[in-house]
Design a protein around this ligand. Structure first.
Ligand code: SIN
Length: 499
């Protein structure tokens, strides 16, 4: 049934069904095969990069506002096809409809952002110490950007990168997760369509490579790929980063998170409860920004924890296409095994588990559905310091605020964080240099669900990259410092004499 739906959805988007091949695409909804595709071979990466490189050489000379027109039109076509694309996201990633629509909306938002940016790729002028001299900074297109994306945000993360890379004058080679190639094919086809409409976009400016880690590795290693933007696990980053560094390439890494929230005594409990449930159970706990650790002040734990259990017990887990379902499936059997393994380890560590069991869903026998788990932990054990990509929330109580911050930061990852408090001092400390060490630190807002406009990314093992907002565009350009002498003398900097 889903295979037929894929054919219909692709036809609605005007995307021809590609030939069948060895890459089997399954839906996490029931584990059924959606289609099969021909993966690219590592040897084909070279050709894709060469095409993107020659397109880049022409595209870099196109005025940036004209480049913005391509991205503006991409945004317009995404608006038109929002509902259909979201259906494809649901089938391939298992997201519930509202989140799938949100994901497409995020693509539209970054297109709007990048279109405006195409008229603002500004540099600086700097006071020169030398008379009759001007010192300035200019920004130029960088080259080919390799974009490696993960299954959990199968299209939005591509758009974060591609929209900025394209207005910045670059070529793009996209390697999506092998679990979600259909949404990638659809987006790539929509971009190709608007590029053809525009008439002056060099062919091959954006290309798609389907396949597994072997294809991604060749892309990361390619000397003509100026920037590798990779989203995925810390393990993936550990493989990609040294490869790129060894050839002095530039990398932008969005890796694992182990996101925490501190719930302080002055909290608005209703607000906190809703935020916790969305952040920890939403997207079936499969966001990089999902809430995984909760530090609750011991004075309010007796109020908050029963509320959370009640909310978790009433969460509707099931087929993400059904109205009222809030938690869809895990992506596959390996994700389920990791979830079960983590819960077993939590139990051995003295954790007390609520939920976490496999849920049977009518017609979804091949899918892996679980009830999101709350786990009261006696301490932040080794398990809790690792990221398990599943809806498991480890709960720990605290008495001393400084100790809670220390525990909050005592993990290798540094993506997103939050505090729920109405105490101004606690809020300011959390946001200060002595507070959260994450790239994202929120107050009375959960750690997930970032909006376009702010830079997205994190510190430590999260990789340090920033995407999607603020001045993230600078990663996609090369900076030149220019000194112009409009005098008739040749003074040297620092007063050096050489005559
Ligand atoms: C993600 O990249 O996994 C999440 C983004 C978000 O929650 O905003």
């Amino acid at each position: 049934m889903e295979a037929t739906a894929v054919v219909r959805l692709l036809a609605d988007l005007g995307v021809p069904l590609p030939p069948a091949g060895k890459l089997i695409v399954r839906s996490p909804i029931d584990g059924g095969q959606l289609t099969s595709l021909v993966p690219h071979t590592p040897a084909e990466v070279d050709a894709a990069v060469a095409v993107a490189q020659s397109a880049f050489l022409a595209w870099r000379l196109v005025p940036a506002p004209r480049r913005g027109e391509l991205v503006r039109r991409l945004g317009a076509t995404l608006r038109r096809h929002k509902a259909v694309l979201a259906e494809l996201v649901i089938l391939e990633s298992g997201k519930i409809r509202s989140e799938a629509l949100g994901e497409v909306q995020e693509m539209i938002d970054i297109c709007d952002f990048a279109t405006g940016l195409s008229r603002q790729l500004y540099g600086l002028t700097i006071a020169s110490e030398r008379p009759g001299h001007r010192l300035m900074e200019t920004w130029h297109p960088l080259g080919v950007c390799g974009v490696i994306t993960a299954f959990n945000f199968p299209v939005a993360v591509w758009a974060w990168n591609a929209a900025l890379a394209l207005v910045c004058g670059n070529g793009v080679v996209w390697k999506p997760s092998e679990k979600t190639p259909l949404t990638a094919l659809a987006c790539q086809a929509l971009l190709a369509e608007v590029a053809a409409e525009l008439g002056d976009v060099p062919p091959g400016l954006s290309t798609l490579l389907l396949g597994g880690a072997d294809v991604g590795a060749v892309l990361a290693d390619h000397p003509a790929v100026a920037l590798v933007s990779a989203t995925g696990s810390c393990a993936m980053g550990r493989a990609v980063a040294p490869q790129v560094a060894a050839r002095f390439g530039r990398s932008l890494l969005e890796l694992g998170g182990n996101n925490a929230m501190i719930v302080a005594p002055s909290v608005d409990l209703d607000l906190a409860q809703r935020a916790i449930v969305f952040a920890a159970a939403g997207t079936a706990g499969q966001r990089c920004t999902s809430l995984r650790r909760l530090f609750v002040h011991e004075a309010i734990a007796p109020d908050l924890l029963p509320r959370l259990r009640q909310a978790y017990a009433s969460l509707r887990v099931g087929d993400p296409r059904d109205e009222g379902i809030l938690v869809g499936p895990l992506i596959d059997a390996a994700a389920f095994a990791a979830q079960q393994g983590a819960l077993a380890e939590a139990k051995a560590d003295g954790g007390h588990i609520f939920g976490g069991e496999r849920v049977t869903v009518a017609g979804g026998t091949g899918g892996y559905y679980v009830r999101p788990a709350l786990v009261d932990m006696p301490a932040q054990t080794d398990l809790v310091t690792r990221e398990t990509f599943a809806p498991i929330l480890y709960i720990m109580t605290y008495r001393d605020f400084a100790a809670a911050i220390a525990l909050h930061n005592a993990v290798p990852q540094g993506l997103a964080s939050a505090i729920f408090t109405n105490d101004l001092r606690e809020m300011e400390v959390f946001l200060s240099a002595a507070g959260s060490d994450c790239g994202i630190a929120n107050v009375n807002v959960g750690p997930s669900g970032a909006e376009i406009g702010g830079a997205f990314g994190g510190e430590k093992e999260t990789g340090g990259g920033r995407e999607a907002g603020s001045d993230a565009w600078k990663a996609y350009m090369r900076r030149a410092t220019n000194t112009i002498n409009y005098s008739r003398d040749l003074p040297l900097a620092q007063g050096v004499k050489f005559v």
